[in-house]
Design a protein around this ligand. Structure first.
Ligand SMILES: [Zn+2]
Length: 324
């Protein structure tokens, strides 16, 4: 995968299509080990949430189940997430590990709680920052888990530093949604109901309808109904949500009849987008990156990707008015 993308993109013809040099791709087979650390805030308010310092490690790599559901689910999901990225040539340990009790570990703090917040139902604190993911009790679900760690993958490839505001921020949030939902759809507990809903299974509940963002008054196309003219990343990310849904599942939408390429090819496609998107990518730049990496994946047969799949990607770009 790494070599395939690198070789193809570095040819003169392909390189001319990209706005920025291709970022470093992962080395398959290298560092295939995984060291996990799950810390538990126990739903008690604390001043900080960092795993191994503010909060104690509840489950180290190789430890047995603790009986605390969020701790044990997080441990399992980290293993599944490593598998999700390994399938498309990514190494979670390389991308996300940080020091925890003197060991480099992919780490997450669960049941974190801030003073004055609803420790059971609330959404805060849930975030990614500097190779550390924190989860409140309320927002804990496998799709949001995949979303927050996708921010870590973006960070590794320099996406986060390129901006969190406006369309650039909407791309960052939307791509994290797509990778998070693709994880949710393909992990050990794949969705049968609530497919393409973010937050399903959490106490907080569903907060994004990727299949139809308009259900939650968010836009399903650039410039369409509910489009945030002030450029709210959280609102306009819904266009990327819809794009991810259309590419994977297919639908007749906004004049285009799209046949879905499925979750496996989608995972390979979107991970390649993160690796290859130019700094500060807006919707137009993401459309160009999608074309480029899809063509590359088709040439190399990555996950069975074909030119016919890329024609579907093209239709989804048109349907969501990405280049409007
Ligand atoms: Zn996010």
């Amino acid at each position: 995968m790494r070599k395939a993308i690198g070789i193809v993109v570095l040819t003169a013809a392909a390189a001319s299509c990209l706005a920025a040099p291709v970022s470093a791709a992962p080395t398959p087979g290298h560092g295939a080990s995984l060291t996990r650390a799950v810390c538990d805030g126990g739903n008690q308010p604390t001043n900080g949430f960092e795993c191994g310092s503010d909060l104690a490690v509840a489950r180290h790599e190789g430890d047995g189940p603790t009986g605390v559901r969020h701790v044990d689910d997080a441990y399992i999901w980290l293993g599944e997430l490593a598998g999700f990225y390994a399938k498309v040539g990514g190494d979670l340990q390389t991308m996300l590990a940080a020091p925890v009790e003197g060991v480099q570990a992919v780490n997450v703090s669960v049941r974190a709680c801030a003073d004055g917040r609803d420790c059971v139902n609330g959404a805060w604190p849930t975030y990614y920052s500097d190779r550390r993911v924190v989860f409140s009790h309320g927002l804990f679900s496998d799709d949001t888990f995949g979303h927050e760690f996708a921010h870590g993958v973006q960070d590794y490839y320099g996406v986060v530093e390129s901006g969190k505001q406006g369309e650039v921020g909407a791309v960052r949030e939307g791509v994290a949604d797509v990778l998070g939902e693709l994880f949710d759809l393909t992990n050990g507990t794949p969705d049968t109901t609530d497919r393409w809903k973010m937050g399903d299974g959490s106490v907080f509940g569903v907060y994004r309808d990727m299949d139809d963002p308009t259900l939650r008054r968010m836009p399903d196309r650039k410039g369409g109904q509910y489009w945030s003219t002030r450029g709210s990343p959280v609102i306009n990310a819904a266009v990327i949500d819809k794009l991810g849904f259309l590419i994977s599942e297919g639908q007749t939408f906004n004049g285009q009849t799209i046949t879905g390429i499925g979750t496996a090819r989608s995972a390979a496609l979107w991970f390649a987008v993160v690796r290859n998107q130019p700094k500060g990518a807006d919707f137009r730049a993401i459309a160009a990156t999608l074309r480029e990496v899809c063509a590359s994946n088709a040439r190399d047969g990555v996950a069975g990707t074909s030119n016919a799949d890329c024609a579907q990607v093209e239709k989804a770009i048109t349907a969501t008015q990405l280049e409007r």
